[in-house]
Design a protein around this ligand. Structure first.
Ligand code: F6R
Length: 642
């Protein structure tokens, strides 16, 4: 997608923003700009001085630069680089160091002179840091300043590691990392407690002096902070807002990161819209929520005063629009997630026939089924459908070491109590204990430990699914191989996972599939698990007739819910069902209290699940629908539209 810069559309934006259809397209464009700069300088016999960033965002830019070097002869002989930052303290050869990152992603693969590479030194003593930082700045200045600085943005709004509170004229210095930044880095370090609390970073003032600045951001996860950085007031609370003051900055983002910018999120506020049903629904829900008025009470004035006059004129009178949207919302609500037998289904989310459906719930980890759609799961089983559940991965990374030890001890004691030979188990226990005592952060467990951890989760999943009402032969453990392979390989291949999934689908021949539709984290397990199901179905659709009658419903994981206007099936839960769901979640004991990967949220999973479904019910109520205790939400994936 080319850059849109119609003044009206971008009037909320305080810096130039280019939006691309996906991160790859955007990364190629940025890499091309860097390559053009390097070549331009070469032609003039000059050096190109680049400011570089690390993190997930620029990885594809570097990959493209490496390709340009290998395949199109782009030379880095005239390039001098300065990296934005490095953790402190940090050894350069450590897995997590930015030196390692830069070598792996760029420097090891191009012809740059090593003495031209500069990365803040994480090995200095405290006393040496001040002089080092001054010298870093002076070196940049002596070379005539940075020609181009590329940046990512942290969810705190940091650029480099200039966290909230940083001054606009700050220079290179030692800083303390924000808690959210450390949480975001915790996966790389195997736990937040292993993430350094400090870093050496170029300052905002240093970045500002660059002749060109490109800030990149992809993914929905960045949408909120991008909106603040681009449309928000200048504030040291969001250091990236200072970029609004630069004449040389450009935000290069993908559609997902752009999704909360006014021109995409509420386009009626900035331009004439094409009022298709989706836009109308989104706008009316937005108007109702903004004015805190039920849909049926929205007036002509409400429309006119909130950028929706065009809609009122084109499709009005507004009361008709209100009724239409009210009905659409109303029709998403059903207590019959498998369809209601013998009922008119023309206005229901699911089909009436067949009255008994084969449904399969795919759960990326062994607890997503009950956490995210436990109420619907129980209802499907209660209503007599032939429900299967498939646990896609073992979830063996998310079990505490001491829980694993406890279970090995249990196995040994039990075997001993039965007069069995326990020598092997005792050896295994000793080895596991020794291994755990010396374990480095992020070190991959031994095969035995991975097995024990996987079995712990398997037992919990069986307990949860039985509690929901499934017979044992309807509980499938896929143990998809990509999950363990991904621990060793950065470029996993999913072919066997797809074949395995095709086989299971072919065996069940479902009328309904429920799958986790979390796309915010593109490399996350949920997204990979969805892609596997999706690819399996696409292939089966080429030959298998049953697939044409199979509907795919998406649910969202524990992190966030669909937006109200997107929801196509809303399954209300009674207070009693909320309790039953809670008890199903309780079966996942290894994930209770403090899970190994809590994400951004300190609440336990069952609390998150309840609060989220209560919130959906509250939002429906606010729109003027019936007031329910809780609602689970689903969106249908339509293969036909692909
Ligand atoms: C990296 C840096 C950081 C990152 C930011 C986004 O050198 O200074 O500001 O750019 O934290 O990180 P990712 O790209 O991993 O989301």
């Amino acid at each position: 997608m080319a850059r849109l810069n119609l003044l009206e559309e971008t009037r909320f934006e305080k810096a130039p923003v280019s939006v691309y259809s996906d991160p790859t397209a955007a990364s190629l464009a940025v890499a091309k700009r860097i390559a053009d700069l390097i070549r331009g300088k070469q032609e003039q016999g000059e050096q190109a001085i680049l400011g570089l960033a690390t993190g997930a965002t620029p990885v594809k830019v570097y990959a493209e630069l490496v390709r340009l070097h290998r395949e199109e002869g782009l030379s880095f002989k005239n390039v001098i680089t300065f990296n934005l930052d490095e953790y402190y303290p940090m050894q350069p050869d450590s897995e997590q160091s930015y030196v390692t990152f830069m070598n792996r992603n760029l420097f090891d693969h191009v012809d740059i002179e090593r003495e031209n590479v500069h990365i803040p030194d994480g090995t200095l003593s405290m006393e040496e840091i001040h002089d080092f930082c001054l010298a870093y700045e002076q070196k940049i200045t002596a070379l005539g300043g940075l020609d181009l600085q590329i940046l990512g943005i942290g969810r705190t709004g940091h650029i480099g590691f200039n966290e909230p509170g940083s001054a606009p004229n700050s220079g290179t210095r030692l800083v303390t990392l924000d808690d959210l930044t450390r949480r975001d880095a915790s996966r790389d370090f195997g736990g937040k407690e292993n993430v350094p609390t400090k870093a050496i970073t170029m300052g905002i003032g240093t970045i500002f002096k660059a002749r060109e600045i490109i800030l990149m951001a992809w993914n929905q996860k960045k949408a909120e902070i991008v909106k603040k950085a681009v449309e928000g007031e200048l504030s040291s609370e969001v250091p990236a807002t200072y970029l609004q003051l630069s004449d040389n900055v450009e935000f290069v983002i993908d559609v997902d990161a752009a999704s909360l910018l006014t021109r995409f999120d509420t386009p009626w506020l900035v331009k004439d819209c094409i009022w298709d049903n989706k836009t109308i629904k989104k706008a009316v829900v937005w108007l109702s929520q903004t004015l805190k008025k039920p849909v049926l009470k929205l007036t002509e004035d409400d429309y006119n005063n909130n950028g929706m006059a065009q809609l009122a004129t084109e499709k009005g009178p507004v009361y008709h629009i209100n009724i239409d949207i009210f009905n659409q919302l109303q029709h998403t609500i059903t207590g019959w997630p498998g369809g209601k037998p013998n009922a008119d289904d023309s206005q229901r989310p699911e089909r009436r026939d067949p009255a008994t459906k084969r449904s399969i719930i795919f759960s990326p980890h062994p607890d997503d089924d009950v956490i995210s759609m436990g109420g619907t799961f129980i209802r499907l089983a209660d209503q007599g459908h032939d429900v299967h559940v498939a646990y896609q991965t073992s979830g063996n990374t998310a079990v505490w070491d001491d829980d694993a030890l406890r279970f090995i001890e249990f196995a040994t004691d039990f075997a001993k109590s039965q007069g069995l030979d326990t020598q092997k188990l005792e050896d295994l226990y000793k080895n596991a204990r020794r291994f755990i005592a010396d374990k480095k952060p992020n070190q991959i467990d031994t095969q035995e430990l991975l097995t024990v951890k996987g079995l712990i989760r398997k037992g919990e999943a069986i307990a949860g699914a039985r509690f929901a009402g499934l017979p044992d032969d309807h509980i499938h453990f896929q143990n998809l191989p990509f999950y363990d392979r991904g621990k060793y390989s950065k470029t996993p291949d999913y072919e066997d996972d797809i074949l395995q999934t095709m086989e299971l689908l072919q065996q069940v021949k479902p009328h309904q599939i429920f799958a986790a539709g979390d796309f915010a984290d593109p490399h996350g397990t949920h997204k990979v698990c969805f892609d596997i199901i999706h690819k399996a179905m696409l292939r089966l659709r080429e030959t298998e007739a049953w697939t044409k009658d199979c509907w795919l419903w998406l649910y969202r994981g524990a992190w966030h819910e669909f937006e109200i206007h997107e929801i196509e099936m809303a399954v209300p839960l009674s207070p009693q069902e909320v309790l039953r769901k809670r008890h199903a979640i309780f079966k996942h004991q290894s994930q209770k209290d403090v899970p190994v990967f809590p994400g951004d949220d300190a609440r336990e999973f069952w609390v998150r699940a309840e609060e989220r479904t209560r919130e959906t019910a509250r939002l429906y109520d606010g729109l003027g629908m019936a007031e329910y205790e809780a609602i689970e939400a689903f969106v249908r994936w339509k293969f036909e539209e692909e």
